[in-house]
Write a protein that binds this ligand. Structure first.
Ligand SMILES: N=CN[C@@H](CCC(=O)O)C(=O)O
Ligand SMILES: [Zn+2]
Length: 380
């Protein structure tokens, strides 16, 4: 599955990798000679997953909160402070080690490009530290100082800090800024302030919006030209029109919707309206303690009404578009000549098996930048 501009499914095909790039694609019988050959033996080859939304720099555990939720309580943003406290207590080495282990686990399931966010520091030094550790461990880093107003802080005063010294401190390590625009987190006005300051600092914009109820997150994201608005569980007709008429990707987070027992994001409706949709894991200890993109893809097919091709595209090229990495030098999210050689070999003859055999370990091999990064698993 190329998931490129022509979105081709090639049969009896071969891919040639040269260094860290894809050098050739075509019929296996025409393949040029190569130093090393891997016989995929009829297995499906996909672009590696592009996970465009995670929060992986954290310590601590929120099992009790999850249990309470499964017993009927609804998700509220306050749990973020529990993770903030555990994260602040962890050493740099421990946080870096936890992040590396999480990245390895994601890679083992076919993820080759990972974005992660700060947002469990919530003071200048802790956000700077999270950004620094993230920059050494993942591919794209997002500043999310505006994740929660710390208890005891005046919200407007905290927003001024986020927009000023905190932004300055993280700036060397991040290329994106995000804000949790939601009742209980940041108001539309505060969110606009954060995003405007981030844009002035040269950062790309992302928004957590419309997760817990209807609100202004989607409209604000589209108005400010954010690359992505994420969650999108509550989408009004006006939100849909705005997304369809703008360039902002709607990123849906199926695992989060299940773990919070939220209404599933209306991915089918978004696609039907012509909106670019991405699927991401939202790996974090509160609302989605998984980085399994195959699980997210299977859920999108089985529960959200996407076709396998639509779900695979959203989890590869969709994520790449949401991160501004779908074209140009070093593009990811599709199998195309000149792109990074980021590939995911399934132990199955087609991507359909991802939804047909949900939960099975179907990853047979993963290449990032042309190097094999995950050992084959047996999944027959
Ligand atoms: N919604 C805001 N932030 C995270 C959850 C963070 C947490 O609860 O720790 C999310 O994307 O779901
Ligand atoms: Zn998130």
């Amino acid at each position: 599955m190329t998931v490129d501009d022509e979105d081709r499914v090639l049969r009896d095909a071969a891919v040639v990798i040269d260094g860290d790039r894809i050098a050739w694609i075509g019929s296996a019988s025409d393949a040029p000679a190569a130093d090393e050959r891997v016989d995929a033996d009829g297995r499906a080859l996909l672009p590696g997953w592009v996970d465009s939304h995670t929060h992986l720099v954290f310590d601590g555990d929120r099992t009790a909160e999850f249990e309470a939720r499964m017993a009927g309580q609804s998700y509220a943003a306050g749990g973020i402070a529990v993770t903030r406290d555990a994260t602040r207590e962890a050493s740099d080495d421990r946080l870096a080690g936890l992040l590396a282990a999480r990245v390895r686990a994601a890679r083992a399931q076919g993820t080759t490009w990972i974005e992660t966010k700060t947002g469990y520091g919530l003071d200048i030094a802790s956000e700077e530290r999270s950004a620094r550790i993230a920059a050494a461990g993942v591919d794209d880093v997002t500043f999310l100082g505006a994740h929660l107003v710390p208890a005891g802080r005046d919200a407007d005063d905290y927003v001024r800090e986020v927009c000023g010294p905190m932004l300055d401190a993280v700036r060397p390590y991040v290329s994106w800024a995000d804000v949790f625009c939601e009742r209980g987190a940041f108001t539309p006005e505060q969110s606009r302030e954060v995003l405007t300051a981030a844009r002035a600092a040269g950062l790309g914009l992302r928004v957590h919006g419309n997760q817990l109820g209807h609100g202004d997150g989607i409209l604000l994201a589209v108005e400010l030209g954010a690359a992505s608005v994420d969650h999108c569980n509550f989408v009004s007709d006006a939100d849909l029109d705005a997304l369809a008429g703008g360039s902002t990707v709607a990123t849906v987070l199926p695992a989060c919707d299940l773990s919070t027992r939220a209404p599933l994001a209306p991915a089918r409706r978004l696609l039907d309206a012509g909106v670019e949709v991405a699927i991401a894991s939202n790996g974090n200890p509160g609302t989605s303690y998984t980085t399994s993109m195959p699980f997210c893809v299977a859920t999108a097919v089985l529960q959200m009404g996407l076709s396998v091709a639509e779900a695979v595209r959203a989890a590869t090229r969709g994520g790449a578009i949401a991160l501004g990495r779908a074209s140009g030098d070093g593009a990811v999210g599709s199998i195309a000549v000149g792109n990074r050689a980021d590939l995911h070999l399934l132990d199955a003859p087609s991507a359909t098996h991802l939804a047909y055999r949900p939960g099975m370990p179907l990853t047979a091999g993963v290449w990032k930048d042309g190097r094999r990064v995950a050992a084959p698993l047996v999944a027959r």
